[in-house]
Design a binder for this molecule. Sequence first.
Ligand code: SAH
Ligand code: SF4
Ligand code: F3S
Length: 491
Amino acid sequence: MELIKDIDLISAEEAQACDFKTTPELSTGKAKKVYIESYGCQMNFSDSEIVASIMKENGYDTTSDVSTADVVFLNTCSIREKAEQTVRNRLVHFNGIKKHKPDMTIGVLGCMAERLKEKLLEEEKIVDLVVGPDAYRELPQLVATAEEGLKAINTFLSREETYADISPVRLNSNGVSAFISIMRGCDNMCSFCVVPFTRGRERSRDPQSIVAEAKNLVENGYKEVTLLGQNVDSYKWSPEENNKARLSKKEKEVSKVINFAQLLEMVAQVSPTLRVRFSTSHPKDITDEVLHTIQAYDNICKYIHLPVQSGNSRILELMNRTYDRDWYLDRVKAIREIVGEDCGISSDMIAGFCTETEEEHQDTLSLMDQVRYDFSYMFYYSERPGTLAAKKYADDIPLEIKKRRLAEIIEKQTQLSLLRNRQDMGKTQLILIDGISKKSNEELKGRNSANKVVVVPAKGLALGDYVRVKITDCTAGTLFGEVLEINPSLT
Ligand code: SAH
Ligand code: SF4
Ligand code: F3S
């Protein structure tokens, strides 16, 4: 029992399910206040910045204190059952506050809103408003509707909406690093996954608006951007594809398709002092062209999040991932050859998917050994209603076995992280300082190109500094460095 509790504590699933971000206090003297609590993935956090921007334009400041809020939004995640349970508990909590503040409007946004739709209004009498991820422009009107005591719901999924023209209000920002959404939705149909149902069809955002957002961030002192999408390698934009109706015949003729490698290059060219990261790469779509682009630019970070989910080809087929073990290992080989041995590679893993045998689980462990991941997000399978797997396969691996397999995966990853970190010892690396070390005010932390946290003595350093360091020590989770040079020339 104790073991299972320990596993729960260290598994990324738990961390992700309980981890949420709230809005900071941004007071500009507006009449009303909105409090937003965000769950789930980086794309959801990025959406909350769009929501804050839309609400700001309509007379709302953000607040970090829910008791002062006129409107409370929970931007929710449906990826695993536990994520939804956390939100339900929070709704009960907010309803307690509402008893003393009956005018407060409570809204559910994001993936749970999209998945449960009217059910949320009907079952949970504590929800006043339900808005899916493509309907945020309607939020101010829907809040007004809810305030009149009427049913306020919009879960329409769009084929076009990318919020390209909305300038996000940067929430919880360190002023150094920011996220830019480059696409929305997902056209893959991984059998375990709820995202295609909650986020709708894949669509890419106009590259010019992405470059403009990156330039604006540089002008405001930011040093790092992360380009976000569920499957960035399938980014594809052309005036013709994305804007069919409005183009003249001539415009259609000159229309050029921009793929992810080209977009990456365009953003890298914004400034040599702007670091560029991206997530998530799908193993079936990542091309050698993308790898060559990463290699060609010093400011594109040498780090790829390439979720494998399982190391066994039969399970991968059941998961509908559309690649097998050999294909995946071939992509890793290409990364090592083109980008280099030091390129950081991380993964997502699912333990105990339907019908997984002990040998098939061993295949996941052996693949991890072969790839030598720097880091992984690890989960046990959680059946989601409406997905292909829920319809076709029984969720037949007992919870204790799922948890034991997950524990073995986590243990393997801890060993590999330590092994990979030890390989960095003695090396000189460039890090970007992005925060204070958790353990001591005398130390700051930054990230190296491979996305590993490096802790250094704080003396003489500030947030946003680039620092050349020599790695002197490490644990499985952290590197420790000695400062060699502050803000070296990067051009
Ligand atoms: N688009 C990304 C993943 C987004 S969801 C990709 O394709 O890699 C993030 C991770 O959550 C997934 O990679 C998967 O490992 C995990 N996940 C998704 N659905 C799950 C489920 N039903 N049970 C357990 N883990 C799940
Ligand atoms: Fe889900 Fe698969 Fe799409 Fe990722 S690629 S969001 S796992 S369906
Ligand atoms: Fe969760 Fe939706 Fe992201 S289900 S992981 S918030 S896309």
